[in-house]
Design a protein. Structure first.
Length: 94
């Protein structure tokens, strides 16, 4: 189990913990989630090509529990999407 996997499990267990944005961004990048800081630097915009939609989290303020819960949902969707994609790709034979 990687450090990012452990951190994701900890975020899932305790969304109200004091989660530094830098650690959260590192975990997102491990799973291939694109993290973009807009020009004004107010929020990170998180996205992944396997899922629809975007998630924004504050760049400078502390993360609230609902930010962490939404982030956990996003990361779990990415993980499931990767599993589905790998299974579909391996079952296709031309």
């Amino acid at each position: 189990m990687s450090r990012a996997d452990k951190q994701l499990a900890a975020m899932k267990r305790s969304p109200d913990g004091d989660w530094p944005v830098e650690d959260v961004i590192g975990t997102c990048r491990f799973y291939g989630v694109r993290c973009v800081v807009p020009a004004d630097g107010a929020h990170y915009v998180l996205s992944h090509h396997l899922i629809d939609g975007l998630l924004t989290i504050p760049a400078t303020r502390p993360l609230k529990p609902f930010h962490v819960m939404l982030l956990v949902d996003l990361l779990e969707a990415v993980i499931e999407g990767k599993k589905w994609y790998a299974a579909t790709k391996s079952s296709l034979s031309f």
